[in-house]
Design a protein around this ligand. Structure first.
Ligand code: C2E
Ligand code: CA
Ligand code: CA
Length: 264
């Protein structure tokens, strides 16, 4: 009896959540936070846009608790469209203030299948007067490989526009190394799970070193994510990983705080 009632509760929770998610999109409950990406000389070289849901009754709901549902139900498509436009708009505003900061957005698997994705990207960039190379698109290794042939068509056409691509969560999926040399990508982001154990864990250290060397050899940028300590930073810099994202520098922050961050 307990089992069924908890299943029942789960189903109910899902329905409630789905209902509020739909409503949230219509009533402006989402906000983008931005996490700085730091390059050589402590320069802010980018900002990853991360979605935040401020529910009027439940408070803050983290992306891990609603993105999967949005993905399953296709709601991620209109939601992702909002993210795309909003992030481009933000980059434009920063530019107006003299800050040259490209934005990265996360593209989900449903969005890759959306027939209008190319025109959405093109319009968001153009309407905000951005140079296309100021929009970076992150796609996880597993999303990319799940439907590689079709994704490649989308990737190539967006690359032709001039936007840049990064492989997110690199090392957690199954991309064949032989693909890496032909994929139209510009950067890889080393997954946080390999950064955690640095510099003490010998295996993490070996992987961190190897992934960085491989990426550099292929002329790709390398971004380490989830960097929290100075020791991790020192290790990564010493092996040649030049872009760092993580709590060590800053958590994701609202757009207005970002400007302040860049002036520190
Ligand atoms: P992700 O794309 O891998 O984003 C990085 C996540 O790691 C973010 O979590 C960020 O806050 C967290 N993080 C960054 N540095 C550190 C650190 O030093 N320590 C720790 N412990 N965590 C760190 P967040 O914002 O909760 O987002 C989780 C995931 O939700 C994202 O993972 C991404 O897959 C998804 N997501 C967020 N926004 C969007 C969006 O607009 N569209 C799509 N499709 N997915 C999104
Ligand atoms: Ca990401
Ligand atoms: Ca990631």
């Amino acid at each position: 009896a307990f089992y069924t009632s908890s299943l029942h509760q789960k189903a109910l929770d899902r329905i409630t959540l789905l209902h509020s998610l739909r409503h949230a999109l219509e009533t402006d409950q989402f906000e983008l936070y931005y996490q700085p990406q730091i390059g050589p000389g402590n320069a802010v070289v980018g900002a990853e846009a991360l979605l935040r849901w401020k529910h009027p009754d439940l408070g803050f709901i983290p992306p891990a608790n609603f993105i999967p549902l949005a993905e399953e139900t296709g709601l991620i498509v209109p939601l992702g469209r909002w993210v795309l436009y909003q992030a481009c708009h933000q980059s434009r505003e920063w530019r107006n203030l003299g800050l040259d900061i490209p934005v990265s957005i996360n593209l989900s698997s449903q969005q890759m299948k959306d027939k209008s994705i190319l025109s959405l990207v093109e319009n968001s960039v153009r309407k905000n007067g951005l140079a296309p190379e100021n929009l970076h698109i992150e796609i996880t290794e597993s999303t990319l490989m799940e439907n590689l042939d079709k994704n490649l068509v989308v990737l190539r056409s967006i690359r032709e526009l001039g936007c840049l691509f990064s492989i997110d969560d690199f090392g957690t999926g199954y991309s064949s190394l032989s693909y890496l040399k032909t994929l139209p990508i510009n950067a890889i982001k080393i997954d946080r799970s390999f950064i955690d154990g640095l510099p003490g864990d010998q295996q993490d250290a070996a992987l961190g070193r190897a992934i960085t060397a491989m990426a550099r050899g292929l002329n790709l940028q390398v971004v380490a994510e989830g960097v929290e300590t100075e020791d991790q930073l020192r290790f990564l810099t010493s092996v040649g990983c030049s872009i760092i994202q993580g709590y060590y520098y800053s958590k994701p922050i609202p757009a207005r705080d970002f400007i302040e961050f860049t002036r520190k």
